[in-house]
Design a protein around this ligand. Sequence first.
Ligand code: PMP
Length: 397
Amino acid sequence: MKIENPNPIQWQFSERAQQLQSSAIREILKITQRPEIISFAGGLPSPATFPVERMKAAYDKVLSETGKQALQYGPTDGYAPLREWIAGYLSTPDCKILPEQILMVSGSQQALDLLGKVLIDEGSKVLVETPSYLGALQAFSVYRPDFHSVATDEHGLVPSSLEGLADGARLLYALPNFQNPTGRSLSLERRRELVETCARLGLPLIEDDPYGALSYKGEPMPRMLNMNPDGVIYMGSFSKVLTPGIRLGYVCAPLPLVRRLELAKQAADLHTAQLTQMVVYEVVKDGFLDEHIPTIRSLYAHQCQAMLDAMDEHFPKEVTWTRPEGGMFIWVDLPKHIDATKLLDQAIAARVAFVPGAPFYANDPATNTLRLSFVTVPPERIREGIAVLGKLIKDQL
Ligand code: PMP
């Protein structure tokens, strides 16, 4: 029996909820999913790389052999064999990572939320790159920090710009490998300088690294984590090396912090799906990623090159862009007077889409920037879409 509602609820949302906004990208993606549009907008990995059969076999094996355990509640910190595997994966000869330092999370996006929850109070000073990963800005924003932007140049974050800026800051959030959105990477010297500077200033450094394994040359750069495991918080993800739909990531942090993160996770969702963790352990434990990741790298490298070649051919000389050596994104700087959001309207009318760069800035957005992703579009469509974009840009010069 349905009860009458004589007094309709006047929802009183918390101040926090009133401030929540949908990410600009998710809104754009709704439009760009139409099949006639050549979309360089998405940040989605290529489904061609998803190891469906391998996952299917692993689900089958885990459910047949250890189904009761896989379908039960599990510990908050995660499935122990997988945490051990990750600790081994992150260890180097002179820096051993302990399984106790690893907390499994439901996508590394959850690590951003948990880090915000345990490290940020309202008004806390939080340092981010210019530009930075939009999803991190969104996750931290819930805790109402005061964002300060750290300078970047064509080589990525500029460590010397932290002097003075870091006073009283709670953390620095950095993306050293094939950054989302710019595709830029920090050189080895810059990594060392950054880790040293943060250590000297007593500033916790978050190293968000979902793309590090996708180096086209196949030689991943050293992690900052291994340069200073007491000062660096490392975030990893299975989204770009297996599949994002399983929502599995991890954070590696110094013990006092990881215990706090664990408490925050316990309150949020008890634990990450046990079945998923057991399946991923089954998939990775015998070295599957060593054969799988090179196939992702070569696909992305090929498509990245197709896009760079098309840009060389069709973009006017007034436009500049990054030349990534891994990952999924190219970043474009247009002449100052061109507003990428307006350009997007014209591009969509011409059936091409990208993401304007402005939402990736915590402060002072550069409206003449945009992000292109090449991973889900085949080379001939890349050439077609870039030719259209090049013409639209030239028309505005
Ligand atoms: N960090 C960065 C830099 C990302 O680009 C993404 C996903 N696009 C994430 C974190 C979140 O990844 P996931 O939650 O799928 O692990």
